[in-house]
Design a protein around this ligand. Structure first.
Ligand code: ICE
Length: 474
């Protein structure tokens, strides 16, 4: 990219690090680097404990379990087990949309055991048991109940596993304990892993699909239906002739998830949060898995062809038909928005997938990614990031708010895509912003349907006349 070299990026990093005390500097330095595009491997260290005292954007294991993996399963009751706060503040904010009738066939409601002092002192097992029975009685059509531990449950040593086991037997529905106390691990990432393990131990192989098997049976893994993403991605996979038998876990159904051991292929969008179960299903049931990217027409085209290559000529012909159908529509969108966005620079900081997966969609609109990083990615994510980002651009792992602001000040992007904690800081700096977790109350962004909305939203943010009225302090 123009004006960005390995030297300039490293100088920028050193300037930011210079304000830290020596110990913190030593800890943070390996997490900031200049991308080596050709290497195909990570230029930073990751998945390490946040340096105490710096402002991190990370969440916790409970967030990864309740908010990410379990919450989107629509036909279960999900219990936030512990004090009310974690449940309350994790309720609905991720925008994982669901179909069905609330309280009857879907349960996008807040259930909490609402721990009080006496539960901390005397234990909350009895209360949990009562709650499970009440939930079953009030919501008889729920297919199961998940019990998601908050920190205090682990700290006082409650045994939710045995409560769940007896309740499940006596009530006749799956009650799944998930020991995802927020203090476990270094970020929400361990919450994903623990939840994957729980699906492995309690759910998979407990059901069969109702319909007969076909060679085109697949599962859509790691799409959480944020702003309706699944409702764009699933029809597209169906349009090329695949049978999407289960979705993990966006607008998900427990019994279909439980029967996923019968599919022929797992297609995984969010690698970070669900690679664990793909690997389990490969080892245990011989089901291959394949990564794809449904952000922006270039990546969609590549992905559809790579998916087609795993099937026969019928599917491959369908893929070409679908591409030929949507390419002109996508070109129309690009013709409309690219002149308004060409050459604009974007910086990203999101969780574990989008900082690499959305780059192509910005590039389809003529934009350039001048910096990207993750809250909780691991080395295998950074390996996958290297070829997606322009050479020598800055990569940041679990950056502090200070680091992110300083990089933005130095690089002067035309757009930042990150989370709600970042949004108002950057808008006050006069920088256009999109909230790239919840799609900023918009979406879907996946698939062809999503790109049209994405392009409109990016244009709306970058070219809003509002920015002429904001006096930036920088
Ligand atoms: Fe995967 Mo916010 Fe989803 Fe990713 Fe994951 Fe989280 Fe969502 Fe973000 C998620 S599952 S909740 S695509 S935890 S937007 S890694 S941080 S980039």
């Amino acid at each position: 990219l123009d004006g960005i070299t390995k030297e300039s990026t490293e100088a920028m990093i050193n300037e930011v690090l210079a304000v830290y005390p020596e110990k913190a500097r030593k800890k943070r330095a390996p997490h900031l680097g200049a991308n080596d595009q050709g290497s195909g491997s990570a230029c930073v260290k990751s998945n390490k404990k946040t340096v105490p005292g710096v402002m991190s954007a990370r969440g916790c294991a409970y967030a990864g379990a309740k908010g990410v993996v379990w919450g989107p399963i629509r036909d279960m009751v999900h219990v936030s087990h512990g004090p009310v706060g974690c449940g309350w503040y994790s309720w609905g904010t991720r925008r994982n949309l669901v179909t069905g009738i609330n309280g009857v066939t879907q349960f996008a409601m807040q259930f909490t055991s609402d721990f009080q002092e006496k539960d901390i002192v005397y234990g909350g097992d009895k209360k949990l048991r009562t709650l499970l029975e009440e939930a079953k009685e009030l919501f008889p059509l729920a297919k199961g109940i998940s019990v998601l531990s908050e920190c205090p449950v682990g700290l006082i040593g409650d045994d939710i596993n045995s409560v769940a086991k007896t309740a499940s037997k006596e009530m006749g529905i799956p009650v799944i304990p998930c020991n995802c106390e927020g203090f476990r691990g270094v970020s929400q990432s361990l919450g994903h892993h623990i939840s994957n393990d729980t699906i492995r131990d309690y759910i998979i192989e407990t059901r069969e699909f109702a319909e007969p098997e076909t060679p085109y049976d697949i599962a859509l893994i790691g799409d959480y239906n944020i702003g309706g993403d699944v409702w764009s991605a699933k029809p597209l996979l169906e349009e090329i002739g695949l049978n999407v038998k289960a979705v993990w876990t966006g607008d998900g159904e427990l019994e279909k998830i439980a029967a996923t051991h019968k599919v022929k292929l797992n297609l995984i969008h969010c690698y970070r949060s669900m690679n664990y179960m793909c690997k389990v299903m490969e080892e245990k049931f011989g089901i291959p898995w394949h990564e794809f990217n449904f952000f922006g027409p270039t990546k969609i085209r590549e992905s559809l062809r790579s998916i087609g290559a795993l099937f026969d000529e019928t599917i491959q012909a369908n893929v070409e038909k679908v591409i030929a159908k949507y390419d002109p529509i996508m070109q129309g969108i690009i013709d409309q928005y690219k002149p308004r966005l060409d050459g604009k620079k974007v910086m990203l900081l999101v969780g574990g997938l989008r900082p690499r997966h959305t780059i192509g969609a910005y590039e389809d609109l003529g934009m350039e990614c001048v910096g990207s990083g993750y809250e909780f990615a691991h080395t295998d994510d950074y390996d996958r990031t290297a070829p997606e980002m322009p050479d020598a651009t800055v990569v940041y792992d679990d950056p502090s708010e200070y680091e992110f602001e300083k990089f933005a000040d130095a690089l002067r992007p035309d757009l930042i895509g990150s989370g709600i904690k970042e949004k108002y800081v950057f808008q006050k700096m006069g920088i256009p912003f999109r909230q790239m977790h919840s799609w900023d109350y918009s979406g879907p962004y996946h698939g062809y349907k999503g790109f049209e909305i994405f392009a409109r939203d990016v244009d709306m943010a970058v070219n809003s006349p509002t920015w002429k009225l904001v006096k930036s302090p920088f």
